[in-house]
Design a protein around this ligand. Sequence first.
Ligand code: SAM
Length: 276
Amino acid sequence: MNYRHAYHAGNFADMMKHGLLLVILRHLLRKPAGFLVLDTHSGCGTYDLDSVEARKTGEWRDGIGRFDTIPEGPVELVDYLHSIQALGPMRYPGSPGLIASVLREQDRLICCELHPEDATILRHNFRRKDQVAVHERDGYTALKAFLPPRNLKRGLILIDPPFEKTDEFDTLAEAIRTSRKLFPMGIVAAWYPIKHRAPVRQFHDTLRDAGLRDLLDCSLLLRSPTDPSRLNGCGLLVASPPYHFDEQAKTLLDALLPILAPDGEGSVEIRQIVEE
Ligand SMILES: C[S@@+](CC[C@H](N)C(=O)[O-])C[C@H]1O[C@@H](n2cnc3c(N)ncnc32)[C@H](O)[C@@H]1O
């Protein structure tokens, strides 16, 4: 396990993923009944953008670093930027930090993180938050351990693996299938990198062939994915998206795109890859 998210926190991919994550959370928060979020690959929870790791890559400078001030824009963008600003200067939330910041008393967050050091930091970050449970364990096997949620009927499963392994797309597709089977009422959001198009097409075909329904794919490309040695963009596959999420996702990503890819070579696509 070489991947450490501290090197990448606040980059363009985090902005895309976390902006969309907050839109989904806002939907869940509309109803008084509690919900569960299972975050299978959690990282540290929050990050210091002035750390040795963040300074080493400087990736955040081409992400959240481009938003010194909160621009006028759609509510989806402004809401997301406000929640980052609330952490204070040079801080950026990981997915657990963002989720925990909106949880109500009746909601729960289960975090899984396999890297021992990151799991320790994560546990420390949430030591005073009763609604958050941290497990140092494999997030994929956690699906069978924690789904369906006990006592809660609504929820979100966030699957955000590091893509260090060559078969990660297959493992991710299987995890989406398992999540749908164990918790059909739940929303699933799965992040993936776009280096070139072929693996993404194959991923979508695998999901279709598995017979899954109601799949929405959101992608943001910084440039055309012709050079597979670069991270050219990323996607978030959402199963059972909330009502009108497709429109909100388009609005948010269209607002992020000109700032994250100012040379005009990027693009945004929101596509229903399987109907309900
Ligand atoms: C892309 S990062 C997650 C970032 C986080 N979701 C966020 O948005 O802030 C992937 C994380 O998964 C962890 N990891 C790798 N394999 C794992 C596994 N099988 N189960 C749980 N965590 C794993 C890595 O240590 C890393 O912290």
